[in-house]
Design a protein around this ligand. Sequence first.
Ligand code: ATP
Ligand code: MG
Length: 396
Amino acid sequence: MTSSTDSFTIAPGDWLGMLGGGQLGRMFCHAAQSLGYRVAVLDPDADGPAAVVADHHIQAAYDDAAGLAELARTCRAVTTEFENVPADSLRALAAQCRVSPAGDAVAIVQDRIAEKMFIASQGISVAPYVAIRTPQDLLDAPDTLFPGILKVARLGYDGKGQARVTTREAAQAAFAEFDGVPCVLEALMPLDYEISVVLARGFDGSDVVFPVARNLHLDGILAVSTVAAVDSDPGHVQRQNQATEAARAIARGLDYHGVLCVEFFVLTDGSLVVNEIAPRPHNSGHYTIDACVSSQFEQQARVMAGLPLGSTALLAPAIMLNILGDIWFEPGASAPREPDWSTALAVPSAKLHLYAKHEARRGRKMGHVTIVAATLDQARMDAAQVAAALGMAAPD
Ligand code: ATP
Ligand code: MG
């Protein structure tokens, strides 16, 4: 719960802390440093994307008591960029400094079973599902969940730890393949399209919501996010408003402080169901860096510092293309080569962000490019040019 100690302001010049050292941490560092803060990053890797830009790097495991104690001593407030951070680490830090989001909120979101129960308890729809803890649970699962997707309850990301299963037998094989760890079996939904809502909620309960992004996933990984200035389809607008209110209700229900993303499916019958919640800035919110007054990462710093939240207004239509390690590899080639950045950046509306990962691997998120243009049609044409220059599939 919010207490009076949560209302103080941390002035620029002071230290903010980040648990996790990936690209989300790196972009947080940039935003917090631009506000004048210094950032300490706790991450086990020697030279991860965030550690190399942080003002101080504590190289330690996420549950290392000495590392956490140093982070709490150094920083007035700590956040995370990594939803699988041990909730107990956040709880331990909370005894010594301001922590957002709270360990209790993260604990719910990082377990698909607890997460779905929580969302449903708020009166918001999720895909039909059952928790699978034993082989018997699979035998008892209703036929209506097939075809479905078996997802490990914890530690999955980018489509990993998931198996599409058309039959009960296939689900049993997949459950064994996942070593029998707790899972959810959810029905494969008839998706029309996918949207996400990123919001920031302060310690005073105020919130700001970013424009809704429409997302295309390929092979279970986000590929493209599109954000229009105005949507002339009243059905789209109605669903955006419904999604926005559902995301705000979820944040309130979690007593959440920080930046949060809720991913939704829009089904072919027009109804909306929540896919999942991310307790941190999200890949589908990267467009906010270049296309909004205040980015999702700046809002994360503002919440931590107890500053007023910034405007989420969209400055222009935007399309974000994820850059995966695949584009380092020409078809058939085994050795990587550098993508043609010059040709991509010859498109003047393109803003390139690379995360300084040393090794390009297929399926690995290496960076993103955001196209910001006067109209969505112009953004689409420019995005197609950037995609062609980088050897990526053209966004639709
Ligand atoms: P990420 O970390 O990128 O969010 P994840 O590993 O948590 O991914 P999900 O978000 O559960 O995976 O699923 C990834 C994608 O797979 C979804 O965005 C959607 O395109 C598809 N998908 C997942 N569940 C379903 C479902 N029940 N019905 C239809 N499609 C689904
Ligand atoms: Mg997801």
